[in-house]
Design a protein around this ligand. Structure first.
Ligand code: BGP
Length: 449
């Protein structure tokens, strides 16, 4: 078999998000986000300091330059620009991101920017968050400010990171008695409308922009060929994956999801032109995050949900129990291109582990190299089948705080000294072995994978 070449301008990248990387949670007029007001799980780091990227990005970007990174995917913290979510823009916030862009420019690194990555301004959450339609206008106003201010410097934008993971989180809370399914569906619908308005605005005012959603999309397997398991897998796929990309890209709710909402009396309330706004927005790209596939088995009739996600007996797992499935990555790319017919850009892929510096200070992370290599190899095979993949971003460029597991779960190509047990440490940066490996991959445009 001859392996395909990666395209000449393939975006070999790496990724962070504002609340996990920047720290400086209240610097220069920033308002609190829901991440700042939430209580982190016991024993894990909060988001006040994180990797201190807010102050140390010049040092980090210099390392990105050494790495040969072609693109850097990061998010803008909404509450740095609008401390209470709406109102007058905080100039210091705009200046900060302008400086970030200038620094990236020095190393010829293309910015790939997420407008909203899990950090809703806390003031908006107090008013009902995404379930309140007023949040649609707040997001659109914030996004217009960003697009107008930074065009044409930023071409690649994602509207919302992992809307489906947020919906899953809200659903778990609802099942535990906090809120209802209707609230979840409504919040989700409002996000669809907000993202669609931003996509249309971008196209009308800044035609160079390539904008789309960034859901977490993965192939779903039935645990067995038992027909009930296969049916459960299709239901799960429709609700976990397709719902999100379908509404944004195809402009419609799929009927499995819609029927599910109807059964529970939880269809969203809509303004008369919502579906026209949604259908009128046409993403340029499908950005997506991929870590692992999911496997489900059917529940008994009468159970609250028709499926249960389970471990896949054919896969190995990370130290944190996540399935590892490079072949599933290729399956996912096939399914996405087949259904949506858009170029793909991977905005996150990586391995979380307990990394420990060896006696000489170097971090040896062969497990991460293996994971990344295997996934890039499958991406190469996918490109060979004619799937237009235009970029790939490793989560994460630098060690940062994992939302639920603090600083002990590391993903970075660059180690950050946070001391033991999430203490502040020296914050010194040390490239890991995976950094040197990725530098070679980029230098050879993937020919060595
Ligand atoms: C994705 C998020 C990232 C990041 C990553 C790893 O869902 O977009 O923000 O957190 O997952 O997840 P975790 O830190 O929980 O291991």
């Amino acid at each position: 078999m001859t392996l395909a070449h990666f395209p000449d301008h393939f975006l070999w990248g790496a990724s962070t998000s504002a609340y996990q990387y920047e720290g400086a949670y209240n610097a220069d007029g920033k308002g609190p986000s829901v991440q700042d007001t939430a209580t982190p799980p016991a024993g894990t780091a909060d988001f006040q300091l994180t990797s201190d990227g807010y102050h140390r990005y010049p040092e980090d970007f210099k390392l990105f330059g050494d790495l040969g990174l072609r693109s850097y995917r990061f998010s803008i913290a909404w509450s740095r620009l609008f401390p209470a979510g709406t109102g007058t823009v905080n100039q210091a916030g705009l200046d900060y991101y302008q400086n970030v862009l200038a620094e990236l420019q020095k190393y010829d690194i293309t910015p790939v920017v997420t407008l909203f990555h899990f950090d809703l301004p806390a003031a908006l959450e107090k008013q009902g968050g995404w379930a309140n339609r007023a949040t649609i206008k707040a997001f659109v106003d914030y996004a217009k400010t960003v697009l107008d201010h930074f065009s044409p410097q930023i071409v690649y934008y994602q509207t919302i990171n992992e809307q489906n993971s947020m919906a899953q989180g809200m659903l778990r809370a609802a099942l535990a008695g906090h809120g209802t399914l209707k609230d979840v569906v409504q919040a989700n619908h409002n996000m669809f409308v907000a993202a669609a308005e931003v996509i249309t605005y971008a196209h009308e005012h800044h035609p160079e922009i390539k904008i789309g959603p960034a859901p977490n999309l993965v192939a779903v397997y039935p645990l067995t060929p038992r027909p009930a398991d296969v049916l459960a897998a299709t239901t799960y796929d429709a609700l976990r994956n397709q719902l999100f990309a379908d509404v944004t890209i195809l402009g419609r709710y799929n009927h499995v999801a819609w029927h599910f909402f109807q059964q529970y009396g939880a269809t969203p309330d809509m303004a008369p032109d919502d579906m026209a706004i949604i259908a009128g927005a046409h993403p340029d790209l499908l950005y997506f995050n991929y870590y692992n596939t999911e496997t489900v088995r059917a529940n008994d009739p009468g159970d609250t949900l028709p499926f249960t996600p389970v471990r896949n007996p054919f896969l190995h797992h990370t130290q944190f129990g996540w399935d590892i499935d490079p072949v599933g990555f290729r399956t996912t790319m096939r399914q996405l291109y087949d259904r949506y017919d858009l170029p793909l850009m991977i905005t996150e892929n990586g391995l979380g582990a307990h990394d420990h510096p060896a006696a000489e200070g170097q971090v040896h992370d062969p497990y991460r190299i293996q994971y990344l290599n295997d996934h890039i190899y499958q991406m190469r095979l996918a490109i060979g089948e004619g799937i237009p993949v235009i970029g790939y971003h490793i989560w994460s460029a630098v060690d940062l705080v994992s939302t639920h597991e603090g600083f002990t779960k590391r993903y970075g190509l660059i180690y950050v000294d946070r001391g033991e047990d999430n203490a502040s440490g020296t914050l010194a940066r040390t490239p890991k072995d995976s950094f040197g490996w990725y530098r070679d991959v980029i230098a050879q445009n993937g020919a060595n994978v």
